[in-house]
Design a protein around this ligand. Sequence first.
Ligand code: NAD
Length: 256
Amino acid sequence: MGMVDGKSALVTGAGAGIGRETALKFATEGARVAVSDVNVAGGEETVRLIASAGGEAFFMRADVSQAKDVDALIKQTVKAFGSIDCACNNAGIEGVIAPFAEQTEENFDRIISVNLKGVFLCLRAEIQQMAKSGGGAIVNLASVAGLVGFAGLSPYVASKHGVNGLTKNAALEYGKAGIRVNSVCPGGIDTRMLDSLAEQSSDGKMTSHEMLDPMHPIGHIGMPAEVAELIVWLCSPRASFVTGTNIPVDGGFVAQ
Ligand code: NAD
């Protein structure tokens, strides 16, 4: 018996990294999965991986910063599965690293529009749907950068603190409607995004492992599957009394 047997799940940004691993974990734990991303090839590959492991999934392209894309994605998921029981709002970008005084308006707007407005649009549409169908569970991807500051990453830090705020508000407004909302706050996780951050901040001289392993008390960065484990558990009935939390999954990073 899987943790989310018989449920339907939606994952944004599921064409790579943490989102792909989360979609796979939902499927192996018994859910049917709507896989979404702006990267069509990546999303289709995730669906192929789920199908070859014996699961059920479909892909739909949606840019989370566009309300019409998000609304169409929710509609299509309900059409395919009848309801949305679990949702993981994972899509996000890192943008450009720069000191605060050199941050551009364009970089700020782009990061806020995908990371913060994207989560707002997804949450709003998912809550509307879940309230109609009697409830559900939602997990947003924040970051340790949603709990503490990071030099060079001010728009990203602002977006992730915002995601943690939206998470609390949605949880307190819709708890009685049977909707639980939590966020996860990963430390460094071995994905393309972390490679980009390491490359930008070391001018290509250091890998993400060389730069970030020593910053984690556990001695190394994490893997996408270690985040997916927490996300799917939070979406499952096993987490029935957990809502409104911003949970680190960070090898001890914010304990320092
Ligand atoms: P990634 O770059 O490997 O994957 C992100 C996915 O999101 C990609 O497939 C990309 O195409 C998709 N995406 C980007 N913009 C989109 C948009 N507008 N609409 C829909 N999809 C879009 O990154 P990742 O490391 O897997 O990150 C996933 C989430 O986890 C992000 O929200 C990120 O901020 C967060 N996070 C990552 C780390 C880390 O160390 N990797 C740490 C903390 C938080």
